[in-house]
Design a protein around this ligand. Structure first.
Ligand SMILES: [Zn+2]
Length: 313
């Protein structure tokens, strides 16, 4: 059995428990003006509420340069008892202003900083200063591609992520824009020596195309759906139909769920919704009635434990 690296240290993968596989506790991005969130008390309220609904772990995929907060994540995990897996790596182009070091850095620098975050501790100020590294290590590598294309800069960042995985066995979670470029991302990462079992594709439910998802699952990649409760995209009923179709086709071991609350307006504590409690309080009970306990345990517990455990290639 492998270990999952949380902000409070490594744990055996079987201790991870019920996991929200994609969320945000602290974030700021030039692509989301006025939507930043950074308040520890509000985060304790959100995560504590989710924990009372049964959530035991959250994968916090705010990457380098978007306001990730290692010390605050440690405090939050201590206050709520919820395991937090933090991210290194980089987002797609839109989240970095012109001139940001992430846009211009070489593959070597990009990879070196990923490796430091994974092996020594996360940089508390996203490598903008020479501050000492935090005690919290990252446990997952974030990456990202644009809508319908992987830009040259995104390709450099994906190659750096692949180096991080080759050296440490860390999983790579890749943002797909509206679910596009899934096969292209897998092609690129496997070309760079990454085992498909280390690849997680996020937001595929933005393009709820069952046949495409079944093809991706058949390549040995983990799919992560994260629009429950975000009604602007589609009703939950359609997402439940999609999960049900995947389970019936035998792909229940390839799926994970998250909420991806990446804006202030998505949190109850900031006056919006659906809030971090939505997954366990509203969506999962409804999904459980459709797909049953066995599939729910795979989606929320077994697959996250496998997907997020460090696994030497
Ligand atoms: Zn996200």
């Amino acid at each position: 059995m492998g270990e999952v690296v949380t902000v409070l240290g490594p744990i055996p993968e079987e201790h991870l428990g019920v996991t929200d596989a994609h969320d945000h506790l602290f974030l700021r991005s030039p692509a989301l003006p006025g939507q930043d969130f950074d308040d520890v008390d509000k985060a304790v309220e959100e995560l504590g509420g989710a924990a009372s609904g049964g959530l035991q772990a959250v994968v916090e995929v705010t990457p380098i340069g978007l306001g990730r907060r290692p010390a605050k994540m440690r405090a939050l995990s201590e206050a709520t008892g919820v395991h937090i897996v933090a991210a290194t790596g980089y987002h797609r182009d839109a989240h970095y202003e012109e001139g940001h070091w992430v846009r211009v850095a070489s593959v070597e620098i990009l990879a070196e900083r990923i490796l430091a975050d994974l092996q020594r501790g996360m940089h508390p100020e996203d490598w903008l200063t020479d501050a000492p590294l935090d005690s919290a290590r990252a446990g997952v590598i974030k990456s990202g591609a644009s809508y319908q294309r992987i830009s040259a800069r995104e390709e450099r960042r994906l190659i750096a992520a692949a180096i991080g995985t080759r050296e440490t066995g860390a999983p790579i979670l890749v943002h797909t824009e509206i679910g596009t470029c899934g096969h292209e991302i897998i092609d690129l990462l496997t070309r760079e020596g990454v085992n498909p079992g280390r690849i997680i594709l996020a937001h595929l439910d933005r393009n709820p195309d069952f046949e495409l998802h079944a093809e991706i699952a058949a390549r040995g990649v983990t799919l992560e759906y994260d629009t429950p409760g975000r009604i602007k995209y589609r009703p939950d009923s359609q997402l439940i139909d999609l999960v049900d179709a995947m389970v019936r086709a035998g792909h229940e071991g390839a799926l994970m769920l998250g909420l991806d609350l990446g804006q202030r307006d998505y949190f109850r504590s900031y006056g919006g919704g659906p809030g971090l409690g939505y997954l366990m309080d509203s969506f999962v009970p409804r999904l459980r009635r459709r797909v049953g306990d066995d599939a729910i345990r795979k989606i929320l517990v077994d697959t996250p434990a496998r997907a997020f455990a460090m696994s030497p290639q």
